[in-house]
Design a protein around this ligand. Structure first.
Ligand code: FAD
Ligand code: NAP
Length: 312
């Protein structure tokens, strides 16, 4: 029986592994379906991780994290976890994609979230090279320039407002003429002189070269618009990676909110004792590396006392 199973090897999972093993837990396995590092390894420029002064790629930022965590005994299994179940005695069973199962006294779910794609030509090709899904991460690179934002929900409009504080101008492209976002947010967007709305419009493609995006072609009710912008921010919804919590009957193992984000308290405890969620998968996550790492540490620190109490 493992003391702790961590599902996901991004900043949250790796930091949880570091704190759990350095804090004395002996039998800790981190299940990561790919190489450890997480979503940030897709980024070509990171400049907001505290203590790292120079601009680095996500790969460079994460290079040392697994090495550091494994120094204290964290084990990495390159496996996808299909499902987590709770046993009658309060421990957990992990069902792995390979068909194996594993038992653990506590589990930290750190599976992250995945931005949805809008589906236009060039979107995938230019992700991290001008197409972004994170204004906090990449907005600053466009200081003094013009950018496009795609989407009409709360995220798109809030991020458009955030970007308007940094960049010269924001073109907000939405496929309808009604927004999903809260009316007060819509009003703030309408009243912002730096945001221009392009409604009933569909992005056909982004184009550019090796150095990145140079523009975006939009179809607005049959009229073609060529916007020469170096940055296109896509906010068309998020998929929370919560599948591991789904039970056979379709319910979730612990409480989640209406968007499928895992509800936690300040120690990252879910509604089920011994089950934790950390990083982008949890409710109200700031979706930043530093925050995911903080969550992982907080969860692991609490797991240590949870397991101590189990043994009493
Ligand atoms: P993730 O990093 O998403 O890690 C989750 C891991 O879990 C993944 O490696 C995944 O493979 C694994 N996993 C999922 N399901 C399973 C399963 N069932 N079994 C096994 N493994 C599983 N943040 C910043 O602070 N600064 C930035 O500049 C920045 N730029 C970004 C640029 C891009 C292009 C992207 C996509 C994100 C950026 N972010 C940035 C956000 C940052 O990457 C995330 O907030 C952070 O990675 C969240 O960490 P996490 O550990 O919660 O999840
Ligand atoms: P969302 O509400 O699902 O909105 C997605 C937006 O993207 C919609 O306007 C949708 O258009 C558009 N869209 C979807 N697919 C598209 C495509 N392929 N091409 C072009 N446009 C596309 O997602 P979200 O904004 O990320 O918000 C998710 C949830 O979190 C929402 O319930 C939201 O209220 C909540 N949230 C709340 C706050 C807050 O309360 N402050 C902040 C952020 C998010 P249509 O409108 O035409 O469908």
């Amino acid at each position: 029986m493992l003391d702790l199973a961590i599902v996901g090897g991004g900043p949250a999972g790796l930091t949880a592994g570091l704190y759990a093993t350095r804090g004395g837990l002996k039998n800790v396995v981190m299940y990561e379906q790919g190489m450890p590092g997480g979503a940030i390894t897709q980024s070509s420029e990171v400049e907001n991780y505290p203590g790292v002064c120079e601009v680095v790629t996500g790969m460079e930022l994460m290079e040392c994290w697994p090495k550091q965590a494994m120094r204290f005994g964290l084990k990495h299994e390159m496996e996808k976890v299909e499902r987590i179940k709770r046993n009658e005695d309060g421990t957990f069973t992990l069902e792995l994609a390979s068909g194996k199962t594993e038992q653990a006294k506590a589990v930290i779910v750190a599976t992250g979230s995945t931005p949805k794609r809008a589906g236009f030509e060039g979107e995938e090709e230019f992700i991290g090279k001008g197409v972004s899904t994170c204004a906090t991460c990449d907005g600053f690179f466009y200081k003094g320039k013009e950018v496009a934002v795609v989407g009409g929900g709360d995220t798109a409009l809030e991020e458009a407002l955030y970007l308007a504080n940094i960049v010269e101008k924001v073109y907000l492209i939405h496929r309808r003429d009604k927004f999903r976002a809260a009316p007060s947010t819509v009003e703030r967007v309408m009243n912002n002189p730096k945001i221009e709305l392009i409604l009933n419009a569909k992005v056909k493609k982004v184009y550019g070269d090796q150095s990145g995006v140079q523009g975006v072609i939009i179809d607005q009710e049959g009229k073609e618009i060529d916007l020469k912008v170096p940055g296109v921010f896509v906010f068309v919804g998020m998929n929370v990676n919560n599948e591991v919590l789904k039970q056979e009957d379709g319910s979730f193992l612990c409480d989640v909110n209406e968007w499928g984000e895992v509800k936690v308290d300040l120690k990252m405890r879910t509604s089920v004792p011994g089950l934790y969620a950390a990083g982008d998968v949890r409710e109200d996550a700031a979706k930043q590396v530093v925050c995911a790492a903080g969550d992982g540490a907080a969860a692991a620190i609490d797991v240590i006392s949870y397991i101590e109490k189990m043994g009493e």
